[in-house]
Design a protein. Structure first.
Length: 366
């Protein structure tokens, strides 16, 4: 099989790319795109994109995009994490999916990404891709149309299927049809694929050629979890000893800053108010879904807390990365707060390590 050319949008910390690395699949990252939550104000994206389409090179496209962000005083921390862990040319790391000209990346084999769940203003399906205009799903679909990858993988929350009474998904599925892609859909849970985290996500795998879809199946669930959350803890597997799902049980130590004071402990163990009652549970064997806001330390009915030597603590960023399928060789170059956020926004790499071989086995990449 030849080298696979990959493009990702809403790339985050590179879950798909990390899965390819874990599988030792020869690949090239053609482009990645993530704004790191840096929003531009007073920009007519359509006008700028039309300007971008007129330039001939990817470098010129990046220069136009860069000029719009040059005045921002915010740092793209997602970019920092991504570039620390993956080999990508600066010109091919983009900040804004709305300003990405897919026609400059026509050689992509697989396009991967998601989009925020947004309602569509037009009821039903009347204008094809135009029904999604003004939403970030429009940008995803636009790039599929412009790039024409052999395969696309679309990811979102499982609630997208029922969003707006099912009308959102109806339009999305019809748009994929209108792009002449043949696709299949599944909701997959991380705990069914080797990771002790109860995290459901919707996955759509689409093929430009229907014959490959006929050969593709989503991976079956694993029979049982080999490891629990407790195996992922640094006290049971010190930093540097966790390599994907191969765990070397050597005892480590967690810094005291991760343990809760009595005041914070009282807050996280609270059952809440009469309008928001939750039942605190700690030391779960299968973690709750990691949140992008977990650095704020929600109550124990929402976030994950563990007891070590009689003291309660939150998970460390490294343990959160482990629960997202990233080995200890993933470099953390940002603050704990940023790493919690990035881990919580990521996709569990183990889902991809199970999906990718089934895509490869169809022969779609030659």
């Amino acid at each position: 099989m030849r080298k696979i050319k990959v493009g990702t949008i809403f790339s985050g910390i590179g879950s798909f790319e990390w899965a390819l690395k874990r599988l030792n699949i020869d690949h090239e990252i053609s482009f990645a795109c993530d704004n790191g939550d840096i929003e531009l104000k007073d920009v007519n994206y359509e006008d700028v994109l039309n300007q971008i389409r007129k330039v001939k090179t990817i470098k010129e496209m990046k220069e136009i995009e860069q000029s719009l962000y040059s005045s921002s005083k915010k740092t793209n921390f997602v970019e920092q994490s991504y570039k620390a862990n993956f080999d990508i040319d600066d010109n091919n790391y983009h900040y804004n999916v709305c300003l990405l000209d897919g026609t400059k990346y026509k050689n992509i084999d697989v396009l991967v990404g998601g989009s925020p769940c947004q309602a569509f203003s037009i009821m039903g399906y009347q204008k094809g891709l135009e029904d999604a205009r003004g939403t970030l799903f429009y940008e995803y679909a636009r790039l599929v149309e412009e790039i024409q990858p052999k395969v696309f993988i679309y990811e979102n929350v499982q609630g997208l299927l029922k969003h707006d009474g099912g009308k959102t998904w109806e339009i999305i599925s019809n748009i994929f049809d209108s792009l002449n892609y043949h696709y299949t859909v599944a909701v997959l849970n991380s705990k069914d694929y080797g990771v002790p985290q109860n995290r459901n996500r919707l996955f759509v795998v689409g093929f430009r050629n229907k014959k490959y879809l006929k050969k593709f199946l989503f991976p079956p669930k694993t029979k049982e979890l080999k490891y629990t959350l407790q195996d992922y803890l640094i006290e049971n597997c010190k930093e540097g000893c966790f390599h994907y799902n191969k765990i070397i049980h050597r005892k480590g130590k967690v810094d005291n800053t991760y343990f809760l004071s009595e005041k914070v402990k009282k807050h996280v163990m609270s059952v809440g108010t009469k309008n928001y009652v939750i039942h605190p549970e700690t030391d779960l064997e299968i973690a709750r879904p990691l949140l992008a806001t977990m650095h704020k330390m929600h109550r124990a009915g929402v976030d994950n807390y563990v007891t070590v030597n009689g003291k309660l603590r939150r998970l460390t960023p490294r343990e959160c990365l482990r629960l997202m399928g990233f080995g200890d060789d993933f470099k953390q170059v940002v603050s704990d707060t940023q790493m919690y956020k990035q881990a919580g926004n990521s996709i569990v790499a183990d889902i991809f390590t199970n999906i990718i071989p089934n895509i490869v086995d169809t022969g779609v990449f030659g």
